[in-house]
Design a protein around this ligand. Structure first.
Ligand SMILES: [Zn+2]
Length: 321
């Protein structure tokens, strides 16, 4: 399952290709939408909402969810001299669910877990079940005058209401707070030192945990620059800070992360990264390498209670109490 930051990056990638452009041809390759034709409609926005991608075209919105295997790719239809190109897809044609074509580009959704087209006016209701989106642009900047504000308060209320639920499950429940996937669940709980099985009611600083998770996600929404790919997702660019929630500060700047890691968030006793490879996570996926913080073994278990989730929980019994 994607994490919310992937959707922010995806929307950033597709926006310059689609926004403001008129659709010349569309092809919806799912039975329910097979006769739909959006040609002539102009795409006026491409936006993420939690783990959904929304493309508003005319009065309608193309709503998609990547689930496990889904991806959107953009292919130019014109070469540098303005000649016609035939896009060569990176995935087999039978995996294509949606083709959107403008004069200049072709955008293809492959293996989408969900594809719907609905009136834009109905989107808020359709997605009304989602809890506050951690990457909602209305969420104030960390360190700003109102770090969180109403959205944070609402997320805290919703999670706190699930008092008996293990925090490791509550964080994945998109109805309580949305955008968090398995990677950030594992990483935020490691950095906070919280056993994922603890009931929500016993979490000492719920607003702090949500803020920490959001900050980790937010620094990973940095887009690709001209001629360079988007940086790989990582949660290790954090710095010790006794005034921050759980003593962990997430520097927001692009380059600060690397320095902060070197400055000592990982204690000297922790295993050193392999030659030429920076570790990207503290505990997620580190079954063999061990916990980056203490060097101890990582416990891997199946821990999820909602269908379609990536349930594989990674955690450290030593660091998480
Ligand atoms: Zn550990």
């Amino acid at each position: 399952m994607p994490e919310g930051d992937s959707l922010v990056r995806l929307a950033d990638r597709l926006r310059p290709v689609l926004a403001g452009r008129q659709l010349e041809r569309t092809d919806f390759r799912v039975p329910r939408l097979a006769t739909l034709d959006l040609s002539g409609a102009r795409i006026h926005s491409v936006r993420p909402r939690a783990k959904y991608l929304l493309m508003d075209a005319g009065e309608l919105t193309v709503l998609s969810h990547l689930k496990m295997e889904g991806r959107w790719e953009a292919y130019p239809r014109l070469d540098a001299a303005g000649g016609r190109l035939t896009p060569r897809w990176r995935h087999p044609g039978w995996q294509a669910r949606c083709v959107l074509e403008t004069e200049r580009d072709q955008v293809v959704g492959f293996q989408l877990g969900l594809l719907e087209v609905l009136p834009t006016a109905g989107v808020a209701e359709r997605l009304g079940f989602l809890g506050p989106d951690l990457l909602d642009p209305d969420w104030a900047d960390p360190g700003g005058a109102d770090p969180g504000g109403d959205l944070l308060a609402e997320a805290v209320l919703r999670i706190a209401a699930a008092a008996d639920r293990p925090i490791g499950l509550a964080l994945l429940d998109q109805r309580l707070v949305s955008g968090i996937g398995n990677i950030y669940r594992c990483e935020a709980l490691l950095l906070a030192g919280l056993d994922p099985h603890r009931p929500v009611a016993s979490v000492p600083d719920l607003p702090g945990l949500i803020t920490l998770t959001r900050d980790l996600m937010r620094v990973n929404t940095r887009p690709a620059g001209p001629g360079r790919p988007a940086p790989r997702r990582t949660t290790t660019g954090v710095a010790p800070d006794p005034t921050a929630p759980y003593g962990v500060r997430v520097p927001g700047a692009g380059t600060a992360g690397r320095e902060a890691t070197a400055a000592g968030a990982a204690p000297p006793s922790g295993p050193r990264p392999g030659r030429g490879r920076e570790p990207h996570y503290w505990v997620y996926g580190r079954r063999r390498e061990g916990c980056l913080r203490c060097g101890g073994p990582v416990t891997v278990e199946d821990f999820g209670d909602l269908p379609g989730q990536d349930r594989t929980l990674y955690w450290c019994r030593h660091c998480q109490r």
